[in-house]
Design a protein around this ligand. Sequence first.
Ligand SMILES: Nc1ncnc2c1ncn2[C@@H]1O[C@H](COP(=O)(O)OP(=O)(O)O)[C@@H](O)[C@H]1O
Ligand SMILES: [Mg+2]
Length: 350
Amino acid sequence: MGAISLKAVEKWFGDVEVIKGIDLDIRDGELIIFVGPSGCGKSTLLRMIAGLEETSRGRILLDGADVTHKVPSERELSMVFQSYALYPHLSVAENMGFALKTAGASKGEIAEKVGNAADILKLDEYLERRPKDLSGGQRQRVAIGRAIVRKAKGFLFDEPLSNLDAALRVDMRFEIARLHRTLESTMVYVTHDQVEAMTLADRIVVLKGGRIMQVGSPRELYEAPDNVFVAQFIGSPKMNLVSCTTEGENFFLGDGGTGPLPGPHQCGAVRLGVRPEHIEVVAPGQGQCGGVVQMSEYVGADYFHYVDCGELGRITVRLPGSAAEIEGQRVGLRFDTDRLHFFGADGQRM
Ligand SMILES: Nc1ncnc2c1ncn2[C@@H]1O[C@H](COP(=O)(O)OP(=O)(O)O)[C@@H](O)[C@H]1O
Ligand SMILES: [Mg+2]
């Protein structure tokens, strides 16, 4: 069991409000990810759930019980930090068993639980080594092992992979997904990396300035972002936004390009969002707009083309890496009208 509810939770540091009223229900067994730019309050919110940071207002419930003012040890949540903070003079086995030993567990029980965690994390071969004789990924696994030997209702991770190089991050991401499937426990995971969030999460919570911008599955956030912030935060390269006006069933771009609207829209000044992968390159004069390809980036599987569309600004187009080179050419751009996003002047989805 490990359902976590946040009810109108606020955090004030002196007279500065950092968490501005968060309501969220985290389901038992779910892997939920808090994502957002640096300073948006991810770590603070996680530490409030752990009990490491006092909650200024609102309530935190764990399986329905109010734990708002309980100390961390009474919450039965286990936390993994970005810095592994392993004891350098202890072996891997001793590091993982440390909390159990302090809690007075028997030698047999410690050996069994450490063995079990080592098995899950593939650390069996390294149990007698000191942390300095391990790679970064192995050290991170020990830090996770230390958290999972304890009986916990849920696991809290604060940017556990950000100290690892890119290749290792991908491996560890896979390990964490596997761990979640094995343990079937609630996991709350903080990252600033939207790719990590998209690949790992059951649901993502996008935060900005201490507020929730949207909660949803990775697919929901990608296909139906509630606002301009989420639209541009999720997805890489990011969604193009161009100013446009709508009238009846049609939209008009800055340079007069038109097209039928996917649904009824109110008349008014709006912004149109279109993802780089939902634009086709066509002959000049065709499509809804066009311009000159300023620069093309070849990244193997894909091309990213940056098209200077005059007063509309620069539009990014993503094409397969097998497509022809078009840098320097004048092109037309055709948007997939089934996959457009319209936002009002307030930045909210229309
Ligand atoms: N102990 C503190 N005292 C004052 N301000 C803090 C403290 N801890 C964090 N903050 C502020 O709260 C905001 C959110 O911080 P944090 O939760 O660490 O963000 P994130 O983890 O999303 O990068 C930041 O503006 C940060 O400066
Ligand atoms: Mg942080």
